[in-house]
Design a protein around this ligand. Structure first.
Ligand code: OOG
Ligand code: NI
Length: 460
């Protein structure tokens, strides 16, 4: 008998990510325009920078360019979050990192489901930023109770997808046919529902407490709220959004443009106002604002020391600006950010020797190797290094993305402290610490260099 053949989780993830993109393009046609814009900018950038084009070709990143994306959803209960953990596990995605958004008065905390192995990230890096509403932050007890009831009354997973998840957990995988069907069923959880589950009046009450609460509570499921392709030139893409009928958010989140990009820069077109119908006798028409399109440009992953320097400089820049970045001070903010970040070394050699970023090491020329010391091997040209790409998110940037899509007026003080244990209890699992993943990847690359050069691991 033939052994059962399972589809690789990386392949299921690729299938799901492209099916989700197709669905979202249909739901939000402007996202399709964003994809076109990004493809054009990427083509222009590659034509203008042959060295970059060559680097992407040789690393195999060129093909991956058009499939790189992340998405985001927001759920309301522990049960929903736990279900998502099991659903994403089928596609080889694990919860990584803890993000506290209450720092920006958004009543959620979050994790990102993503592949963690280098080979899987290379195969398809699709990730989903997943937020859990913190119901305890709803002040009005009656409204909190009502939200709770609405959430408990809904089921965001189809019976079909649950059956496939069970089968995956029982058998250790899904066959090709099952995987295809699983993807179709899984899409239903992410689909937009034009009819709200609440009356216009209930919607208003939830919305007035916080726009995000209405978005999570008033619908049948956690519709995907954006997808994010990768651009090679985010400044150019941002500048061209308006000519394509998109309203860009005022500033690009993250570090300023640099020779050696670090972490993550992102921007979005602002959420669209969409027609919805409310429950109740007359199915009253109304509107809801939640869904948008985003673009991202990723750079080197930073060590804790590098991240601390980044955080310090970012808050220094914001303090110097004296207000939250917005359309009126965007130019000034860009200027301040550039000036302040001149304190962050901008060449890979310094980033490495100051231990600010993580790197992957590789054998460049084994014939040049003399001795066993890693630094000496690098100097001799025997071993080379390249930055590890940052695969995660940034809390301050995420808060900025949330804010600009919830209406810029929603700026406020931190509501409370993060509570990672609470998120993990809801998730039914610990979140993986992202720093550990980068440190491991770096250590592994060093180990395999030494192995290839036949140097005992203990001597470097
Ligand atoms: C998530 C916002 C965060 C990002 O890229 O930082 C995010 C949301 O609006 O639900 O997606
Ligand atoms: Ni995003």
């Amino acid at each position: 008998m033939d052994p059962v053949r399972f589809m690789h989780p990386d392949a299921i993830r690729a299938l799901f990510s492209s099916a989700l993109s197709a669905m979202y393009k249909q739901e939000v046609p402007l996202y399709g325009d964003l994809l076109d814009l990004v493809a054009e900018v990427n083509t222009q950038t590659l034509a203008a920078q042959p060295a970059l084009a060559e680097r992407l070709r040789s690393s195999g990143d060129e093909q991956r360019l058009s499939v790189e994306r992340h998405g985001a959803i927001r759920v309301g209960t522990a049960e929903e979050l736990r279900g998502l953990r099991r659903l994403f596990a089928v596609m080889g995605m694990s919860p990584v990192g803890y993000y506290d958004l209450s720092i920006a008065a958004v009543p959620v905390h979050a994790t990102a489901f993503r592949p963690i192995e280098a080979a899987s990230l290379r195969a398809n890096p699709f990730r989903v930023f997943t937020s859990l509403l913190r119901l305890e932050l709803i002040e009005d007890p009656q409204l909190r109770e009502q939200a709770c009831q609405l959430l408990n009354a809904r089921t965001i997973f189809t019976p079909g997808v649950m059956a496939f998840i069970d089968r995956h957990e029982r058998d250790g995988g899904l066959t090709d046919t099952d995987a295809q069907a699983f993807v179709q069923e899984a899409l239903e959880t992410f689909r937009w529902h034009q009819s709200a589950t609440v009356s216009a009046q209930q919607y208003r009450a939830l919305h007035d407490q916080h726009r995000l609460i209405a978005d999570v509570v008033a619908f049948r499921g956690p519709h995907i709220n954006h997808l994010t392709p990768r651009t090679l030139d985010i400044d150019r893409a941002q500048a061209q959004m308006r000519s394509r009928g998109m309203t860009p958010k005022a500033v690009i989140e993250g570090p300023p443009p640099r020779q050696c990009p670090i972490l993550l820069r992102q921007t979005s077109f602002k959420a669209l106002q969409e027609a919805v119908t409310f429950a109740g006798g007359d199915g009253a028409p109304g509107h809801h604002t939640a869904r948008f399109g985003e673009i991202e440009q990723r750079g080197a992953a930073l060590t804790p020391a590098g991240k601390a320097l980044y955080d310090r400089l970012l808050s220094q820049a914001r303090q110097a600006l004296g207000a939250a970045p917005c359309a009126d001070n965007a130019e000034q903010y860009a200027h301040i950010l550039n000036t302040v970040f001149s304190a962050f070394p901008d060449d890979y050699a310094s980033l490495r020797t100051h231990k600010l970023a993580y790197f992957s090491y590789y054998v460049r020329d084994a014939t040049k190797a003399r001795g066993t010391n890693l630094e000496a091997l690098i100097e001799q040209g025997a071993v080379g290094f390249e930055p590890l790409v940052y695969e995660d998110f940034l809390p301050v940037s995420a808060a900025g993305i949330f804010q600009s899509n919830l209406g810029d007026s929603a700026k406020a003080e931190a509501m409370t402290q993060g509570n990672q244990q609470q998120l993990e209890a809801a998730l039914g699992a610990r979140v993986i610490d992202e720093t550990t993943l980068y440190a491991q990847a770096q250590a592994q690359s060093i180990a395999s260099c030494l192995h290839a050069l036949e140097i005992p691991a203990t001597s470097a």
